[in-house]
Design a protein around this ligand. Sequence first.
Ligand SMILES: [Fe+2]
Length: 238
Amino acid sequence: MQTPTRQRAEPIGSERPLPPPPPPAEQGLDPTADMAKNGRVEYLFPTPVFWYVFTDAAALNAELRDLILEQERAAPSMVKSNQGGWQSPTDFFGWSGAAAETLQRYARRAVEIATARMPLPANLRIEFHLSGWAAVNRKGHYNTPHVHPMAVWSGVYYVDPGDEPPDAPGAVLEFAHPIVASVMTFFPGGLPTARLVRPEPGMMILFPSYLQHSVRMYHGVRPRICVPFNAHMRIVGP
Ligand SMILES: [Fe+2]
C-alpha cells in the first residue's frame, strides 16, 4: 500500500543526537554512559489505528459509486458532522446488492483482524454489530471535528477519494492528538499534533471511536465518496 505515513511529521520514536555528557567527577566508568545506551522510553496508552488498501477494488468501487450516487439522488441528506455534501442514514449495510454485501464483509473482517491484534484476554468472546452510512462530498464540503459515541471501532472505506491533485492541501482526513493538553505542554511545536491522511481508492481505516477527527474542505470536481461505519461491541463470554 502507499503508506499513509507520508504526510506525517517526523516519527516520535526517531532519535536525536545526544549532547555530550559532562566530564565525570571521578575516574572510572561513567554510569550515565550505560543509561544513554540502555535507557528506554515506553509509550503508554498508544492509539491503535488499522490500515489496509484493497488494491484490486476498481470493479467493487465502480459498483459502490453507482449505488451511492443513485441513493443520493433518491433521498435527502442526514446532517451530522457534514457541512454540505450528502450522507445516508446508518443503514448502508442493509442496502441490497452484491457491492454493499461485499463491503460489509470487508468491514466486518477488518474489525475482526484489528481486534485480534489488541492485547485483550484470550478467552474474551465478543460480537460486533456494524452500522455504516454512505457519504458524498463535493467542492466546498467538509466535516467538522467529532467522535463517534458509543462505538468501539469506527472506520471508513474510500470508494473514490475524488480528483484533488495529490499535493493539494485539502480534503485530508485529520486525526487530532487524543491528549489535548500534551500539545501545549510536551515539546509544543516539536511533536506532531495531528495525523493527516490522504485517502486512496480502496483504503480501509479503523480507529478507536474516541479519536477525534475531521475532514478538511474538498476542492475537487469529481464527487468524493466514502462509507464510514461504526462497530458496536457485545461481550458474549466467558
Ligand atoms: Fe467520523
